[in-house]
Write a protein that binds this ligand. Structure first.
Ligand code: IPD
Ligand code: CA
Length: 282
């Protein structure tokens, strides 16, 4: 590998690409929103929608990555799936928080992560080495690369450091099927009486960034897909959070992702799973 190719593959360089493409797609998404929303399809249930802007955002990002990094793989929520040869696969959520986009609520984001294969790190077998999450409604761009810390609009961010569950503001999210929602209600029933309060903003990628910036103390969700968490998870990790999956042999991901200060995250997981011995209110 030449020096310039090595530099092009550095996590910092990959984060730079993620920032640029997320901001460019975000500005297009915002532009399209001003002209109105066009719902084009539904996915896991009738309320799990895809808008024209989701597709346009993913198309723009994939096209740019294919031009700039033709050897990389690309994997996106709206169907992109290209195998690469470089070992890097880009995981894209073109609009995380599509329901907020539909209702013009300011919590949605474009998430782009450069990932490598790693069975032990996350349930989908990949781990991000660089990422960006851009909220075009607030103008916030979060980014991180492995070992390089996490930033919001270029300034270093850290988690809140809250270690007491009872004092914690905890984010979570819900899926789109009745079965999934019923499981999530049980989790919330166990957690809510034990914490300061709960927040459900509607974008997992953005939630993980809010945790990274200390605006949430903790976050958990069951049912996340790789595109929902790939970008935000690295940003939370680099800001000092620890991420846990359902148990010691299941890494964070679809079965469960819990994220918080290392001194808090185990207790949170126990409460989420009802493994702390406390009885659930009737
Ligand atoms: C959803 C959001 C939401 C989370 C769901 C995701 P989408 O993604 O991240 O916060 O609770 O699990 O599916 O559908 O808005 O891209
Ligand atoms: Ca999503």
């Amino acid at each position: 590998m030449t020096t310039s190719t090595a530099a092009a593959h550095s996590p910092e360089a990959l984060a730079g690409i993620a920032i640029r493409l997320a901001e460019r797609a975000g500005s297009r998404v915002l532009d399209l929103r001003r002209r109105g929303v066009e719902v084009q399809a539904s996915k896991s249930s009738a309320i799990d929608i895809v808008t024209a802007a989701d597709r346009e955002s993913e198309r723009m990002i994939v096209e740019a990555l294919r031009a700039e990094r033709p050897d990389d793989g690309v994997f996106g929520e709206e169907g992109a799936g290209i195998a690469g040869t470089s070992g890097i696969t880009w995981v894209i959520d073109p609009i995380d928080g599509t329901a907020n986009y539909l209702y013009d609520l300011p919590a949605y984001a474009v998430s782009i992560a450069a990932t490598v294969a790693d069975d032990a790190a996350f349930a989908d077998g990949r781990r991000a080495v660089a990422s960006a999450v851009h909220n075009p409604r607030t103008g916030e761009t979060f980014d991180a690369w492995e070992g390089g810390g996490a930033r919001l609009n270029g300034r270093t961010i850290r988690i809140s450091g809250q270690a007491e569950l009872a004092a914690s503001l905890v984010g979570t999210g819900f899926g789109y099927t009745v079965e999934r929602k019923l499981e999530q209600i049980e989790m919330v029933t166990r957690v809510l009486p034990r914490i300061r309060d709960i927040r459900r903003f509607g974008s997992a990628a953005y939630d993980l960034c809010l945790l990274a910036a200390g605006r949430l103390d903790a976050y958990f969700e069951r049912g996340l897909q790789p595109w929902d968490y790939a970008g935000g998870a690295l940003i939370a990790l680099e800001a000092g959070a620890e991420l846990l999956g359902r148990d010691a042999s299941t890494p964070p991901g679809e079965p469960l992702l819990c994220a918080a200060d290392p001194a808090l995250v185990r207790e949170l997981r126990d409460v989420v799973l009802g493994a702390d011995g406390a009885s659930t209110p009737a």
